[in-house]
Design a protein around this ligand. Structure first.
Ligand code: ADP
Ligand code: MG
Length: 708
């Protein structure tokens, strides 16, 4: 077993191996290392308790119930017995106090325990109460012979550490760890130096670092324990925020960006002559932010958040026109072929009267066409290239790439984005667009380095989508509703979940659904499109086009239409087996309707009996159309790692900070970091010296990569 990186330790004492503590020694130290990965004093004091229990309180055995969880008892030990055979041996004893008795049980490592237990002695016992068919017991309790001194010494709040059975069986329980930590925290040489200037942490009502470490383990009272937790959480976020702010500042200092100072003919002509609607204020504001950014000579790295249907595409197009006006090429990357194709058609249509060369490059572009495209790209003829990740293949090179749009960013990995980065000598400006609003706390941590723009309003004429849920009993009614909408000239989607495109069962669902819908809506009066991921791209394109142009009234599909598909005339979205979809997916799907001026509807087909989380998801959908609220609920239901997709998330591994509930701390840490750097960008001031040193010592891999 090799010790972990030692370089980052703050002083010599903390560097000492655990074996040197009283009561440990090499054997125990090795077990501690292999069981919970603690090697030295510093590891130990960073091993935070999960909770504290008030050990001044004793429970009466008569009053115990399973609901009480962990309790502390005091009583005499009787009837120490081993039973069972070699395979399943167990050790039991009875603890008796003045009110009653309870059984204590050991299934494992009972030999160690057996040696230590003394019949008739008085013990203090701590553990979790189990109720097995009315018979109460405590398995593997912490147990200690009671002595009168126990009453005077010690703190009322005792830390509980997450420990393994193996450790506990060798009497390395929470009490044991508490004693080790005490030795470290109150050692005469113990110090854990402050690295944040007092002028920063004091006004934030934070306690200093040394007391935080002492009080988080061995608090005098609950309030101090909370203050200690708060300070350590603050540290976790503060260092992250400092690094993010610093990287951002460095990027702005070091990375000279392409300067795009002018708003030229293309932008102006399009804006005046061809833009069909008035931009929302939010759209105008975002365009202004981007314009200022790319005109400044600094490299832009911006995240554009906007709920589904908020009109991000037109913002991207207008900004690309500015880039072209300044003599640069642009590209727009989408996660799927359908979406790339659709963007291509939209952009081509928008710019049909404009002298701008738009091209499409996807995985299914023929070899011959690809060669032609590549040549045109290198010669600078193509001004807007739209496509899938085919855009970033190694052999695709641009003459003068200046502005990159990445749509639906959450599907791209950092590595892919970095590849795009290498496409030109000067780093192009990057606009990342996402319709999956990231909860504020996540945005601040994961995208700390990005500037964020938000479109927080929908175009004026939009009516909020009405969402309801219905069970199978109401099938006929739902179909009638669709018929009614079709008669008014509208169109409908019916979507089936397909968790994995290869699952036969799901495809059967889709085909059965198709048949069912066909019965309700017979040809030739009605035309139906069918689409799923296993179809050839040209077939999908064809079906999509038929639907878009109104030749078919109903689109039956799997979630291939999830992101970005835009058919403003569609007014009904039926989601089958809606309880099987995640919240953000439901919201994305719903966003396929409500894109025109008509009232739109989303009908969630569900089972009669749903579990708690399904119910919560469905209710949330019916209650709100707000993507930010929805993503917040999603975060609470699923946790941050899952929400972001752990591998791509780049979420650091926080010991205490909780991204769901600690937004206040995240906020103040972020602001404190910005404040420090604003006053002293290079951290030269003497009061910032410890901070600079600390950040240097705690240099970690930069988990964001260079782009986003
Ligand atoms: P998303 O942000 O989900 O990508 P889109 O860019 O696809 O949204 O826009 C959705 C629809 O709204 C499109 O049909 C687009 O033309 C239209 N749209 C965008 N901005 C406005 C606006 N300011 N007023 C009216 N319609 C708009
Ligand atoms: Mg979009």
């Amino acid at each position: 077993m090799f010790p972990k990186k030692l370089g980052h330790l703050e002083n010599k004492l903390l560097n000492t191996g655990i074996a040197y503590l009283k009561g440990v020694g090499p054997q125990k130290a090795e077990l501690i290392a292999s069981e919970i990965g603690l090697f030295n004093y510093f590891d130990l004091i960073q091993y935070f308790p999960t909770k504290h229990v008030d050990k001044s309180a004793l429970s009466q055995i008569k009053e115990l119930s399973e609901e009480m969880g962990s309790v502390q008892l005091r009583g005499q030990l009787k009837q120490i017995t081993t039973t069972g055979n070699l395979q399943s041996k167990r050790l039991t004893a009875i603890l008796i106090d003045s009110s009653g008795s309870i059984e204590l049980i050991w299934f494992k490592n009972y030999n160690y325990v057996l040696k230590a237990l003394k019949e008739d002695a008085v013990y203090t016992v701590y553990g979790k109460v189990n109720d097995f068919k009315g018979k109460l017991s405590i398995a593997h309790p912490e147990i200690k012979i009671y002595s009168k001194d126990d009453n005077d010494k010690g703190l009322p709040l005792e830390p509980v550490y997450p420990l393994t059975e193996k450790l506990k069986a060798r009497f390395m329980d929470s009490k044991f760890f508490m004693s080790l930590i005490k030795q470290v925290l109150y050692h005469p040489d113990f110090d854990i130096p402050e690295y944040i200037p007092e002028s920063v942490y004091k006004p934030l009502k934070l306690i200093n670092r040394k007391s935080a470490y002492q009080q988080i383990h061995l608090p005098q009272n609950n309030a101090i324990q909370l203050a200690a937790t708060r300070r350590i959480k603050f540290d976790e976020m503060f260092t992250l925020a400092m690094r993010a702010e610093k990287n951002k500042a460095n990027r702005l200092l070091e990375q000279r960006g392409i300067r795009m100072p002018k708003v030229g003919d293309l932008f102006n002509t399009f804006f005046k002559k061809y833009l069909q609607f008035e931009l929302t204020n939010a759209q105008k504001q975002v365009i202004k932010e981007i314009k200022d950014d790319i005109g400044s000579g600094k490299q832009m790295n911006r995240l554009l958040q906007g709920d589904v249907g908020s009109g991000k595409t037109i913002v991207a197009v207008l900004c690309m026109l500015i880039a072209i006006d300044n003599g640069y090429q642009t590209c727009m990357m989408a996660p799927t072929e359908i979406l790339a194709t659709q963007h291509y058609l939209t952009v081509k249509d928008l710019l049909s009267e404009m002298p701008v060369c738009v091209a499409l490059l996807t995985g299914s572009t023929t070899k011959k066409n690809k060669e032609i495209l590549k040549q045109q790209l290198q010669q600078g003829e193509i001004q807007i290239l739209i496509g899938t990740h085919a855009l970033i293949e190694d052999d695709v090179s641009y003459q003068k790439l200046g502005f990159v749009v990445i749509d639906e960013q959450h599907r791209f990995g950092v590595a892919q984005r970095a590849k795009l980065w290498n496409k030109s000598t000067l780093i192009p400006h990057v606009l990342v667009m996402t319709a999956t609003p990231i909860p504020r706390t996540l945005a601040m941590t994961v995208h700390g380095e990005l500037d964020v723009s938000t479109i927080n309003e929908l175009p004026k004429d939009r009516k909020p989508i009405k969402t309801i849920y219905r069970t199978e009993n109401y099938r006929a009614e739902v179909m009638e509703f669709i018929r009614n909408q079709i008669e008014k000239g509208r169109q409908a989607y019916i979507v089936y979940p397909l968790i994995e495109e290869s699952k036969k069962l799901d495809l059967n669902d889709l085909m059965n659904g198709y048949e069912m819908v066909n019965n309700f809506f017979p040809v030739p009066k009605y035309q139906i499109s069918l689409m799923h991921g296993r179809m050839k791209p040209e077939v999908k394109d064809f079906e999509m086009k038929r639907f878009k142009e109104g030749h078919t009234q109903i689109m039956i599909s799997t979630t291939v239409i999830e992101v970005g598909v835009n058919v403003p005339n569609a007014s009904v979205m039926v989601i089958e087996n809606a309880n099987r979809f995640g919240l953000s997916q439901l919201h994305q799907l719903r966003g396929r309707v409500g894109r025109g001026g008509d009232q739109s509807y989303c009908i969630l087909m569900t089972k009669d009996d749903m579990n708690f989380t399904s119910k919560k998801r469905i209710n949330t959908m019916c209650k709100t159309n707000n993507g930010f609220e929805i993503s917040q609920v999603d975060l609470e239901l699923r946790g941050p790692g899952d929400l972001m997709g752990t591998r791509q998330s780049g979420l650091p591994d926080f010991k205490l900070l909780d991204l769901v509930h600690d937004d206040e701390i995240i906020d103040i840490a972020k602001r404190a970091a910005a404040f420090v750097l604003k006053n002293d960008p290079t951290l030269e001031a003497s009061e910032n010296a410890p901070l600079l040193e600390y950040l240097k010592q705690h240099q970690q891999d930069n988990f964001w990569g260079r782009v986003s």
